[in-house]
Structures are given as C-alpha cells and as structure tokens.
Design a protein around this ligand. Structure first.
Ligand code: NAI
Ligand code: 13P
Length: 249
C-alpha cells in the first residue's frame, strides 16, 4: 500500500509507524490493519507487479499521482477509484476514473457508497456500489474482493452515474450543513432537492446516466449519511455558525 510519507510530531515516519504497529496512527487511529498490509512510501515500488490497483487519495493529488505512474504500469492491469471528486480543467470537468484510464491506459471501475470510513473500519454494516463501463466480469471480481459479511457491494453498468453521485453529494452535504439548526424538515428538503439536482446535472454531463443508479448506495444512501455525519456538512455548519473563512475552518 502506497502511503504519502509524513513525519509525525515525535519525529517518526508515518510508514515506519504503520509497519511497526499495524495502525495508521494519524488517519485511522485505534484500528488494526490487516497483517498483510505493508506501507510503502515509494509509489513506483508499491505498484510494481500489481495487477489490481485501488486508488483512494483526495482528488487534488490524483493528477500528480497518475503523471508519476505514467509508463510504470505494464501488463494486464485493472484499476478502481474510490475517489469522490473530479478534476476541473480549463477544457471542462474530468472524472477521476477517466483521468486514470487516459493517463495510465487501463480500464477503471469506481466504488462509491454511504461509507463513513471509521464506521467501516469498526465493521458496522454498510453497502457500496461498483460502477463499471464494459466488463461485468471485472466488476464482479471487484465485488468479490471488497465484499465482507458487513460490507455489501453491488455492481451497476453506469460508471459515470456512480462516480457523479460520489462527487456531487459533497455539494449537497455543504448545503445540509448551512441549514443545520433549521430542523429536519429543511434538511430532508435539501437532501431531496439535492438528489434531484445531482441527477439532472449528471444526465446533462452524460446522457447515458441511469435513474436507477440514484437509488443505489452511491446515490440516496450516500446523500443521507454525508448530510447527517460527513465532514463537508460539518465544515458548512461551522461556517454558518462562526462566519469564519472556509479555508481557516
Ligand atoms: N473518509 C471517508 O469516509 C471517505 C472518503 N472517501 C474518498 O476517499 C478519498 C480519501 O479520503 P480521506 O482518506 O478521507 O482523505 P482526507 O481528505 O482525510 O486526506 C487524508 C489523506 O490524504 C493523504 N495525503 C495527504 N497529502 C497528500 C499528498 N500530498 N499526496 C497524496 N496523498 C496525500 C494522506 O496520506 C491521507 O491518506 C477521497 O477522495 C474521499 O472522497 C470515500 C468514502 C468515504
Ligand atoms: O464520502 C463520505 C461518506 O460516504 C465521507 O464524506 P465526507 O468527506 O463529507 O466526510
């Protein structure tokens, strides 16, 4: 597993601590990672000989990561993106799965859903949706790899729809944070109108996007969990309460 290297306040490197304690003490404290997980700060080395690549970094780093990996990926390699966001370029928006596919020359599925990270780590039941472009067989392989008794994964033939759900629900969550304090009728209205606008914008960008995708975990369920508990909701609530600047919050 590639880990962006950081030096912790005690002077130790994050990857050394993960490999020593089997725990990401900075980003997921209190959760033991599988014994087979080895943190590697060297990106090229981490992907060497891999044939299934899982991308799960904040979206703003993806362009740089793909540029670094360009030319390093050889053979039959499949990718999946868990990144909820898009790259907005001068020419227009670019989905992260397309960025990966174009820059690395490989097929890329996506996995999105109502998935607050630490709750999954604590093995509380949740669901997720795999979106795929062409091969159902590859999508089912990802479903098998991610599924556990407490993590139920379903595949849908709508990569753009699934990825846009994971991306656009963040905007709805910010609106939900702004109206915090007005009561649950208002919050429910924001979620419903937000979901409808997510569908309208997604279909405008990609007419192939399916209505049914918005009823999967990546759609309505992620809107609900993020509007109730996500960090985007929290930052918007703090903004409304304090009147401070978003970048300071
Ligand atoms: N946290 C959550 O509950 C969920 C997150 N996601 C998605 O997963 C992705 C990662 O989310 P979080 O781990 O919550 O990220 P985060 O926003 O909390 O950022 C922390 C992560 O960024 C990495 N990082 C920091 N500086 C970096 C750099 N210069 N280059 C590369 N990586 C760097 C850190 O190593 C750490 O893994 C996002 O795209 C998010 O939308 C998806 C579902 C749930
Ligand atoms: O995507 C998430 C839950 O599904 C996490 O949302 P936040 O990034 O708003 O915490």
């Amino acid at each position: 597993m590639w880990v962006f290297e950081e030096v912790l306040p005690n002077g130790e490197k994050l990857t050394d601590v993960i490999n020593k304690t089997n725990e990401n003490v900075k980003y997921l404290p209190g959760i033991k990672l599988g014994r087979n997980v080895v943190a590697d700060p060297d990106l090229e080395n981490a992907v060497k000989e891999a044939n299934m690549l899982v991308f799960v970094t904040p979206h703003q780093f993806m362009d740089g990561i793909c540029k670094k990996l360009s030319g390093e990926i050889t053979g039959e390699v499949e990718a999946i993106s868990l990144v909820k966001g898009m790259e907005v370029k001068k020419e227009g928006p670019c989905m992260i799965s397309s960025l990966i596919s174009k820059q690395l020359g490989i097929n890329c599925c996506v996995l999105m859903g109502a998935n607050i990270a630490n709750q999954i780590a604590m093995e509380k039941f949740s669901e997720a949706t795999v979106g795929y472009r062409e091969s159902r067989e590859i999508a089912e392989t990802w479903v098998q790899l991610f599924s556990t008794p407490y993590f139920m994964v379903t595949a849908v033939h709508d990569v753009e729809g699934v990825e846009l759900c994971g991306t656009l629900k963040n905007v709805v969550a910010i609106a939900a944070g702004f109206v915090d304090g007005l009561g649950n009728n208002t919050k429910a209205a924001i979620m419903r109108i937000g979901l409808r606008e997510m569908r309208a914008l997604s279909k405008l960008m990609f007419p192939s996007v399916k209505d049914s995708t918005f009823f999967e975990s990546c759609g309505v369920a992620d809107v609900i969990t993020t509007c109730l508990q996500g960090r985007n909701r929290r930052v918007a609530e703090a903004f409304a309460q304090s009147g401070g600047k978003i970048k300071d919050l």
